[in-house]
Design a binder for this molecule. Sequence first.
Ligand code: SAH
Length: 409
Amino acid sequence: MSAAATVLLKPGKERSLARRHPWVYAGAVASVSGAPANGALVAVRASDQRFLAWAAYSPGSAIRARCWSFAERDRIDAAWLASRIEAAVARRRELHESSDALRLVFGEADGLPGLVADRYGDYLVVQIQAAGVEAHRELLLDTLCRAAACANVFDRSDPALRARERLEARSGVLRGAAPPELVPIREFGVRYRVDVRRGHKTGFYLDQRDNRRLAGDLVGRLERRLGRAPRVLNCFCYTGGFGIAAACAGAAAVVSIDSSADALELARGNAALNALGAQDGADTRLQWRCADVFEQLRALRAEDQRFDLIVLDPPKFATNQHQVERAARAYKDINLGALRLLERGGALMSFSCSGAIDVDLFQKIVAGAVIDAQVDCYLRARLSAGADHPTLVTHPEGEYLKGLLLERA
Ligand code: SAH
């Protein structure tokens, strides 16, 4: 891999790279010399020719280059790329005790922009969504299989994201055996089955692992405080996640809501897997509602239902800056609806995975809901994704998931 090609930036456009932010936008580029291929190694230089970074070139993308390294002395060769994978896997070593489902590689945060690798038991599920990692796919997969001691790799790349990088759509088995229809995993003792072919992301919301455990811990804490088993409401439940963790921890009742019938079918199966509730619906401890959360929050109020623990884990309401205002109204609406159902002393876990809404804005939105609900709430904790989804301080875009743990006075 020689570094013949150079991407020269416009004057002043070196600032974000100087702060170790790993992206070069198309608008920052003055000229490209050496005709690099899609995904090829380039040296990024400031307008005065000063070296800034080694990067992978993406001629078709709005992010024209993604940085591998800011050190001129680094040689971006096979050994260097392999060392990134090995470091990423080593970084998560102690997390294996908590779960056999983990994110092993998280793109920019692990110095491998565009590559995601999730482990579900004996299967690795990858997303290869930038030209640079596609160019070194075989080497990266070889190293990943060796480092993770896992021979099976399934591709769940998003065709739309690959198209933006001028990469053809691809998915399916890349190495070893095809995963079963549902892959069994275990998370802090709770069992789930994951549809890696059709599920969201690579099949499961691995980023919420620690927060699902916290939901279980809160059930225990609330039970001790209330002197009775708490009632739980799990909004946007997907395949059961938080609600099943809460039920396993001894919740008296769990009402779970999702608009997807497919997700709820998996959720029911996951409940049965943990010996919770009969699949024929005879157990009234778990209730599943296939409906819209916005509308159900009002319906539950009309039914006079009250809860001790409520989880709000909605999909991304804002995918870009233009949608922030509308998204803010939606977040406020569900938080207000939830607070009106929350018992005194109860806990609300409220999340946003909108990258365009930072934690300060999210807290303001939730505070607005608290004011409208005319209740007093303490902020007990700020929540985030688990340690297998690290955030580089120089790449704050990587920190998309934020949550607040509120306690009603
Ligand atoms: N908490 C889950 C992940 C939630 S993902 C976990 O830990 O696994 C968001 C979910 O919201 C998806 O399952 C989607 O089907 C659901 N959803 C999106 N909009 C909705 C709406 N308006 N009402 C109900 N569910 C909705």
